[in-house]
Design a protein around this ligand. Structure first.
Ligand code: MN
Length: 730
């Protein structure tokens, strides 16, 4: 059984070696804090629990991480397994360490096992996305590594489950983070439990060949070393057998036995500079026969995880092929420790090496300041900012756009689930269906057979196109009548807002053209589309607005032209006055029927405005006529047209004045006399006595212009008992 003392000593030895400046007192304090907290817990093998955090911390130190990460590793199970709180840890060991522990706890609580291959990438993404700080992922990987190393104490079921998870999540993550060494160890241990027979087969074959292999590797190693020494190239060269899982994979992929397998040996030559790497490559190719097509230059083209090396495969003396990897020390460090090499550099390596950490520099590209702290901040994972990963109650992972709600989730599961959604639970608590989901949430949708289906509001709430499309589909299919009614009312109110007549849609000539423009077969179809949200009313009206206005003008024109033609000389087919009709010019309309409004009887000189009537041409009003007060009303705006008087002073215009008078005998005669002496052609004079002793006289007569009218009006007003006058007869 392993003891606390052994692990404690081993950790401190590693610390002395790797982190001479570490705050050992604080580390000791964290160890004793964790030991106290975990004191009632035992490992599966019966040893004290504290051994696990000690071992994890040691791996973290070996990775080369910093003080906070070491504290985080020592305390990583405290929040999950003991009564320790975030605040207590923060108080004693600092906020950062507490944050790291919190982050690890979150990952520990999430279940990353899945049987679906398609889910793996999402699981890995979520794992990363859930960790704000890359050190959380690194501690979690160290935690998993130690658990894998002690896997023999677990039940067979747990072994398989954990090893599957390791293969699916942890090893690929270690690979992505460039941590080759840990990746290999994780894979080899996992294989041992996932395919014990396959693993044993390789191990026994390897051990049977052990002496032979070692002799072979020694020979090759010496040949390379000696050549490079002769050439004065400082190097470290060693051979190794490729790790078990990679052999296993190759055997399965190529369907070969271990003996038949090509290149299970790998040699590594580590040198001081990049020119040396290419130099060495030349010597290797000189010493051995190269296998064509196997040379790879990962120095000029690094792998995405920043791995750099030259790879070549050659054939040794006994016809055995082997791979040689040539790299600098910096590349080696990056290959072994990956992302963690940064911290290793910060504490260990010399100052001048930073520029060699090309991949670190790339990570830092956007960062001006390469301070350690800034660097750590820059590593906060933001590559999945636009996605959120959540679970079904059965542990299936669902990836949604960031900001997604239970509505999006429900439709991602199945449109049937979305359409019968009545509520949602997140992490077992009922929440509003418009609440944004967070990474790692377990979402349960409450459905009901009597659900009324989605609400239109959901279209604005949901974030995913999938949900939006499915909701629209539902409305399209299930609610046609409602859609038509809903769409019709939106369409009509938009038409009114713009001031277009609704009747135009049923116009036998214009209606079908408009529908064609809108790409619908019927108005009902279009209303339905607006109703379910496939088209907005504003867009629909916008699309046909110009056509409607044009059609209306044309129609008005047509009718007016007909009217004008009848009034002038139909036989000749020639309009006497091309531009003015009855002394009025209507702008924009070349020739049309004109009539003068009865309400205000304009005469030349009056400011006037025209109104396109339905079928009676343009009716000309005085600009200040009360009946023109709706000029600004958008509903009619298109029908009001600008008109002006043509210069035809000699043409008489009929106009009307209404006179307020005090009733007396002889007044009618006085009015008639005044009109006659003014040489006005009177068409009509009517009088009407009111019960209050007043009379109203209406005088219809002809004038040539507004000046003449005003002069007559003044004369009339000078008659005794005439007390007021009004234009028109309204
Ligand atoms: Mn642990």
């Amino acid at each position: 059984m392993e003891t606390f003392e052994e692990h404690y000593e081993s950790l401190f030895n590693t610390l002395y070696r790797q982190m001479p400046g570490a705050d050992l007192v604080l580390i000791d304090k964290a160890i004793h804090y964790a030991e106290e907290k975990h004191k009632f817990q035992k490992r599966k093998d019966g040893s004290p629990y504290i051994i696990h955090p000690l071992a994890v911390a040691q791996i973290v130190v070996e990775m080369g991480l910093d003080m906070d990460a070491i504290l985080g590793a020592l305390l990583h199970d405290c929040i999950e397994d003991t009564d320790a709180s975030h605040d207590d840890i923060a108080k004693r060991f600092g906020d950062t360490a507490a944050e790291l522990v919190e982050g690890v706890t979150k990952l520990t609580r999430a279940d990353f096992s899945s049987t679906e291959e398609a889910q793996m990438e999402n699981l890995r993404k979520m794992f990363m996305a859930m960790s704000k700080d890359i050190r959380v992922v690194l501690i979690k990987i160290a935690d998993r590594l130690h658990n894998m190393r002690t896997m023999q104490y677990q039940s067979p079921e747990k072994q398989v489950k954990k090893c599957r998870e390791t293969m699916d999540i942890y090893a690929p993550l270690a690979h992505r983070l460039g941590m080759q060494r840990i990746k290999w160890e994780l894979e080899d241990i996992a294989l041992r439990y996932l395919d014990p027979a396959g693993y044993e087969n390789i191990m026994s074959t390897l051990s049977a060949h052990k002496e032979q292999d070692e002799a072979f590797m020694h020979t090759i190693q010496e040949r390379i070393k000696n050549r490079l020494l002769d050439m004065g190239i400082h190097n470290k060269t060693y051979g190794r057998i490729k790790h078990v899982y990679s052999i296993y994979r190759k055997m399965n992929a190529q369907d070969k036995t271990l003996e038949e397998l090509y290149d299970i040996y790998a040699f590594r030559v580590i040198v001081d500079s990049i020119p040396d790497c290419y130099n060495v490559l030349g010597h290797i190719h000189d010493l051995f026969n190269l296998v064509p097509g196997r040379f790879k230059d990962y120095i000029s083209t690094p792998k995405p995880n920043m791995y750099q090396s030259l790879h070549t495969t050659v054939i040794g003396t006994q016809g055995i092929p082997f791979e040689v990897q040539i790299r600098t020390w910096e590349m080696h460090q990056t290959a072994e420790y990956g992302i963690a090499a940064h911290w290793k550099y910060k504490q260990g390596a010399g100052e001048g090496n930073e520029k060699d950490f090309e991949w670190v520099r790339r990570l830092l590209e956007s960062q001006q300041d390469t301070d350690a702290e800034d660097y750590v901040n820059s590593l906060k994972i933001d590559m999945f900012d636009d996605e959120v990963f959540v679970f079904t109650p059965k542990g299936k992972i669902v990836s949604l756009p960031a900001g997604s709600t239970p509505i999006d989730f429900a439709y991602a599961i199945h449109s049937g689930v979305g359409n019968s959604l009545v509520g949602a639970k997140v992490n077992n608590r009922i929440i509003n269906i418009d609440m944004p989901l967070k990474n790692g949430d377990i979402v349960e949708i409450i459905t009901s057979k009597t659900a009324k289906g989605p609400s239109r509001d959901w279209l604005n709430i949901c974030k995913s196109n999938q949900a939006r499309t499915k909701i629209k589909q539902w409305f399209k299919k299930e609610k046609r009548e409602e859609n038509v009614a809903h769409g019709r009312s939106s369409f009509e109110s938009e038409m009114r807002r713009i001031g277009l007549p609704l009747s135009i849609t049923i116009d036998p000539e214009v209606g079908p053209q408009l529908l064609k423009k809108l790409c619908f077969d019927s108005w009902e179809d279009m209303y339905a589309a607006i109703g379910y949200g496939g088209l907005t009313a504003v867009k629909a009206v916008g699309r046909i607005r110009d056509d409607i206005n044009r059609a209306m003008k044309l129609q008005a024109n047509d009718k007016l032209v007909q009217g004008t033609t009848l009034k002038t000389e139909p036989e000749s087919g020639k309009r006497i006055n091309r531009h003015s009709v009855n002394g009025v010019i209507v702008e924009d309309i070349d020739s049309c029927m004109i009539k003068f409004a009865k309400c205000c009887t304009p005469v030349p000189g009056d400011a006037i405005v025209g109104f396109i009537t339905k079928g009676f041409g343009v009716s000309v009003h005085r600009f200040d006529c009360p009946n023109t007060s709706d000029k600004e009303n958008p509903r009619f705006a298109a029908r009001w047209v600008r008109v002006r008087w043509a210069n035809q002073d000699d043409q008489p215009f009929e106009t009307t004045l209404e006179l307020d008078c005090i009733t007396r005998e002889g007044l009618l005669l006085d009015l008639a006399t005044t009109m006659t002496t003014s040489r006005v052609r009177v068409k009509e004079i009517n009088g009407k006595d009111l019960p209050d002793g007043h009379s109203i006289f209406t005088v219809r007569f002809e004038v040539r212009n507004v000046e003449e009218l005003e002069s007559i009006r003044n004369k009339l007003l000078n008659i005794r008992d005439v007390i007021g006058s009004r234009r028109g007869q309204n």
